[in-house]
Design a binder for this molecule. Structure first.
Ligand SMILES: *Cc1c(COP(=O)(O)O)cnc(C)c1O
Length: 223
């Protein structure tokens, strides 16, 4: 089996300039993350608050942690000292709470707005209509301690790459509408996070600037 270092090399060699890899390390032990770190990786993605809080203090301080899972309101305060980007903001209520907690410790935090474009109902995120309505109502752009840096999405879990491509295209078009609309004055709104182990080449084709890849780097997860 190829090593984590070899997997990282293999993936990053294929990424166009300007596309960054978030190594999704959920369910993998800190030793595996350290191995990726030693190979030069600095962006890591975790999807559970408890796991992030347990791992972050054990690893080098210059890691930038991306939170990519559904964030419960009662976990915002706990992750705030560690997290660099919250990619999975799926409601205006959550934005308000992140603002409050960031203000409390006097920091600013980068976030992405998660869009729901997949067929599975279990995935979270704003619908396209919801996010556009919230943008028009001024509810996405009124937070002094938050930089909204773009959008994040997951495609449907399917082998049908045509379907996946349509979904990524919808994400890209929504990103452009937001960028030309409510965020037209923003210097931060520049990122499209989409693409995982099985579909990232398609996501890159549709303009991804961040790809979130776990299995292809760390191997299969044992739940
Ligand atoms: C687990 C996860 C990934 C990575 O999935 P892989 O298929 O292992 O690459 C990406 N994004 C999110 C939101 C995830 O939860």
């Amino acid at each position: 089996m190829p090593s984590i270092e070899e997997n990282l090399k293999q993936v990053t060699a294929q990424l166009p300039k300007g596309v960054h890899l978030v190594a999704v390390s959920k369910f993998h032990p800190v030793e595996a993350l350290q191995e990726a770190y030693d190979a030069g990786q600095r962006l890591f993605g975790e999807n559970r608050a408890q796991e992030l809080i347990a791992k972050a203090p054990l690893l080098p301080k210059d890691i930038r942690w991306h939170f990519i899972g559904h964030l419960q309101k009662n976990k915002v305060r706990a992750i705030m000292p560690y997290v660099s980007v919250i990619e999975s903001v799926d409601s205006v209520e959550l934005l308000k709470l992140i603002e409050k907690e960031a203000a409390r410790i006097d920091r600013s935090v980068d976030v992405l707005l998660q869009l729901h474009v997949a067929q599975e109902e279990t995935k979270s995120g704003f619908s396209v209509d919801e996010v556009m309505a919230a943008g028009e109502a001024g509810e996405l752009t009124c937070y002094p301690h938050i930089n909204v840096c773009g959008v994040m999405a997951m495609a449907s879990l399917t082998d049908d790459m045509e379907q996946v491509a349509q979904e990524f295209d919808l994400v890209r078009r929504t990103y452009v509408m937001l960028k030309d609309g409510p965020f037209d004055e923003s210097e931060h709104f520049n990122h499209l996070s989409m693409g995982m182990s099985d579909d990232w080449p398609v996501a890159v084709k549709y303009g991804a600037t961040l790809v979130r890849i776990g299995t292809a780097i760390f191997g299969a997860r044992e739940y």
